[in-house]
Ligand binder design. Sequence first.
Ligand SMILES: Nc1nc2c(ncn2[C@@H]2O[C@H](COP(=O)(O)OP(=O)(O)OP(=O)(O)O)[C@@H](O)[C@H]2O)c(=O)[nH]1
Ligand SMILES: [Mg+2]
Length: 644
Amino acid sequence: MKSIVVGTAGHIDHGKSALVLALTGTDPDRLKEEKARGITIDLGFAHQEIDGVHFAFVDVPGHERFVKNMLAGIGGIDLVVLVVAADESVKPQTREHFDICRLLQVPAGFVALTKSDLADADTLEVARLEIRELVAGSFLEGAPIVPVSARTGDGLDTFRATLVEVSRLTRGRAARSVVRLPIDRVFSMKGFGTVVTGTLVSGRIRVDDELVAAPGTRRIKVRGVQVHGRREAEATVGQRTAVNVAAVEVGDLGRGQALVTPHAFEETRLADAMVEVIAGARPLKHGARVRFHQGTAEILGRVALIGPFQDRAVPETAPGSRALVRLRLEAPAVLARGDRYILRAYSPPTTIAGGLILDPRPPRGAIRSHAALERAQALLFDPTLDDGVTAEERAAAIMIRDAGQAGLPVATLIQRAGVDPSALNSRIDALVAAGQAVRAGEVLVSPAVATRLKDAVVDALAAHHRTHPLSEGVPREELREQLFGHGHASVFERALADLAQAGTVAARERVALASHRVALSPEEDRARAAIERIYRDAGLKPPDPTSIAADAGVSPAVADRVMKLLLRQKVLVRVDELVFHDEALRRLKDDIAGMKGSGGTAARIDVATFKERFGVTRKFAIPLLEYLDRERVTRRIGDSRVVL
Ligand SMILES: Nc1nc2c(ncn2[C@@H]2O[C@H](COP(=O)(O)OP(=O)(O)OP(=O)(O)O)[C@@H](O)[C@H]2O)c(=O)[nH]1
Ligand SMILES: [Mg+2]
């Protein structure tokens, strides 16, 4: 069954709650104080099925002091009923609530001309005219205006029919998205424990799901789900939802938080946004302190205009116009690109503006520059005016560029660029195909970063080969530290893989240009031959490496370079303090291995027999036997060794 969340809106005492009661039989005013004062203070809820559509009503207070509560309820609605009393017509909170709905881009709505029993035909007509004027040019232009009386019941049938008709105009929402349930109520229910309610604005919640209450890190286990007062296995997007949460105290959760998919949203205190100042409001000054409302949260913060100042005066945004701003919040928020928000003045708290979040985690840094302004302009793209593809991709490309060497983790595109999780991979493929991104595992970098890195690798290797012609390359990790210390390791690996694929470098433990050959000068070549010969001839009784320069008759510097080369090439092998020719060690291993196989008993060798067999002193015998143990040719048992 189709499920629609309907919000009321309108001035105090205009009959919002009475209308909900007349339609549903449920009085949305549930607090004692509300009954005593005859006004709505906090949100009220009721539901009713009409013509096969399930309507969940969120009834809001009209009093100017409780607009804050109204804002907590209106966030996720599909449809608004703007309530105007026929005898009073348009009043201040009619305008304020209407402005809020317009700025939040509530998808659909119509007008209830209430208390029709108190007005004659002329009065009704005047109210109609004033309403038409109010909504001209807005989402409610041309919407039905339905006279209705909660007292006599006149007009209720037409009202119901209109509700069903207008609900057809609302679009379905994406259920395959991340879970986001802005909390509007938390209470304790006997026998159940803690229950939170809200309008599920994206995703679906199932029993046993693990969610997070954000801002914050508290994990929430879903013990039960109720939709429209009935136990269900799951709640889906667009439904008024009650979640029974396990092992959480009522005081640990509150309005303003949201239940969300773990890891999907990072908290933020900074956001870049488009702002639209209401026509009747005062100008919005750079640096103004404001009340920021999004979801069910109200957070204090300041507004800074993005872009260079034209003159010395503090810039401001005129009523009725738009600007690009950076919001600096005094407490963390849970925001995603594409979120709509409202700004109210700090004092007195009147609604002054609203807009669209463009980047919920912008890079810190100067915003009073042309570059910052251009960046924000490029991000400004009303997703609802577009098929979503180019807007998201353009935003993602900017964010990838901002991320620089560190790269942008793939998963953050959901929150920051507003990409639907189910479309994540195809969006990334499109970005890669369009030359806007390079993917390295779970990180995206701009093609410029990848190209610069590859160029830097080639330059660094060329320089290294020039200064160290005997070196076979730079150790991989050293190269990464040197060129890409702040970057993501997988980006560096991707660059090496690309260069290797292109045949430009050889990347193993050491990285070298593919064209590199170890080049020896004639002197080094002579030294190499001499040193190698000395070690080959010495067999298992090699000279001390510290005296090799003198033995070979070459300079210590040349001997040092050549020794390193031979060791790296594994022509020579270091065994503790000694160095042997690889051939000598091979022969030794073959010889020892050859000892076994004669007869059924295991061949054994000890230090004395080793010394005798190979004609070496203890100085060589001990390191060699330990070397054989390490090479798994022998195993030490007590004072002797078994040949394996
Ligand atoms: N004559 C008449 N009175 C009505 C009608 N609807 C509501 N009233 C009366 O108007 C008063 C205010 O009605 P509510 O429904 O509480 O008004 P509200 O818009 O919910 O007020 P707030 O929630 O405080 O903003 C009550 O005394 C109602 O009995 C109607 O259709 N006809
Ligand atoms: Mg009310």
